[in-house]
Design a binder for this molecule. Structure first.
Ligand code: PLP
Length: 356
């Protein structure tokens, strides 16, 4: 089976972990600080705050912006559940806006109609590794005085008009095992705002500016030095891996665009896509997914149910009709695009789809 994702963790990471164990500095020590500095620098941002996951990064980011009960945040329903749950955790209400059919990201033309006096932030989600339409989103945020909390959990290294995603507001990354770079589990918050950074650091570690002093209600959402050491190795390889992902995507698009009914991913003008997922639209998707698995091609469906249709959100009373996201949920199919694929693997994927 050609896997849909394949974490690359090898000798360099093994060596880095063993060095941490030998050093005895295991939790939030020098490797975490070095990893934070490297991450911030790579995105052109002043501060980075490492966390235990992308989900905890998003949760902290929402709290750091002082968003809570009776507040609203505007986001896309076409994502992993954490993109919206981060608001629910704080008592705030996610408000869903439909997506652009070509790019699967929030449709800026539909945002303003969902803004109310309770709206505090927009959470643009750079889905599959492609930036949202940030010029349009930033203009709306500025006009209505809203915070931007980027969900860049799938977009390590992606750019928009030459600018790194993650540098437009407060941003959150996931470092989960299957992401373009990983610490197995882990997350990162980026911001150039000194106050948000300070609050995020406190929230991450029991509201504690120094040992056994607690100034706000905080959590244990820390990263360990052990996994930061892995992250430091991985960040050095990210650009090369992203280039291979892009080349794999171009190869797949070349082969698949000749097949009737298949719609290959569109890349936004002026954006650099990092292909965390290579996602096509295909007729009779569920049947196609099953047949491809039988032919040895691992596939994924991101996402089969939009967030507002999830049982949790139905229980919470969401009754939105968001037709572009709902249609996408029935049609999308993610194919392997990771850097470990061979040319034979790519040909196998194209041939398997051609023979459906
Ligand atoms: C778009 C998006 N947001 C948030 C998350 C949550 O990240 P994590 O799994 O590291 O908690 C993910 C991870 O899958 C994601 O893809």
């Amino acid at each position: 089976m050609i896997p849909i994702a394949k974490p690359i963790i090898g000798k360099d990471e093994e060596k880095a972990i063993l060095e941490v164990i030998a050093s005895g500095m295991l939790v939030q020590g020098p490797r975490v600080r070095a990893f934070e500095e490297r991450f911030a620098e790579s995105c052109g941002v002043k501060h980075a705050i490492a966390t235990s996951s992308g989900t905890t990064a998003l949760h902290i980011a929402v709290l750091a912006h002082d968003i809570g009960p009776s507040d609203e945040v505007v986001t896309s329903p076409f994502s992993f559940i954490a993109s919206a749950n981060c608001a629910l955790y704080t008592g705030a209400r996610p408000i869903f806006v439909d997506i652009e059919p070509d790019f699967f990201t929030i449709d800026p033309a539909k945002i303003e109609e969902r803004i109310t006096p309770k709206t505090k932030a927009i959470i643009p989600i750079h889905l599959y590794g492609q930036a949202c339409d940030m010029d349009a989103i930033m203009a709306i945020a500025e006009k209505h005085n809203l915070a931007i909390i980027e969900d860049a959990c799938q977009a390590h290294g992606a750019t928009y008009k030459g600018r790194s995603v993650g540098s437009f507001g407060t941003a959150c990354y996931s470092l989960y095992a299957t992401k373009n770079m990983t610490t197995i589990e882990g997350g990162m918050i980026l911001t150039s705002d000194d106050q948000i950074a300070e609050r995020a650091r406190l929230l991450r570690n029991h509201g504690s500016p120094k040992t056994y002093e607690h100034v706000i209600l905080g959590y244990n959402m820390r990263m360990t030095d052990l996994v930061a050491a892995i992250g430091l190795v991985q960040i050095g390889k990210l650009n090369e891996w992203n280039s291979i992902r892009r080349a794999n995507a171009a190869y797949l698009t070349d082969g698949l665009s000749k097949i009737k009914g298949v719609i290959t991913p569109k890349v936004r003008e002026d954006a650099e896509h990092v292909f965390h997922q290579y996602t096509i639209r295909i007729p009779d998707r569920d049947n196609a997914a099953q047949k491809l698995r039988e032919k040895g091609v691992g596939v994924g469906i991101h996402y089969p149910t939009p967030i507002h249709k999830q049982p949790l959100y139905q229980q919470l009373g969401y009754s939105d009709s968001l037709p572009v996201a709902e249609t996408a949920s029935r049609e999308v199919l993610s194919l392997p695009v990771h850097p470990s694929l061979t040319k034979d693997d790519l040909d196998t994927i194209v041939d398997a789809i051609a023979s459906l």
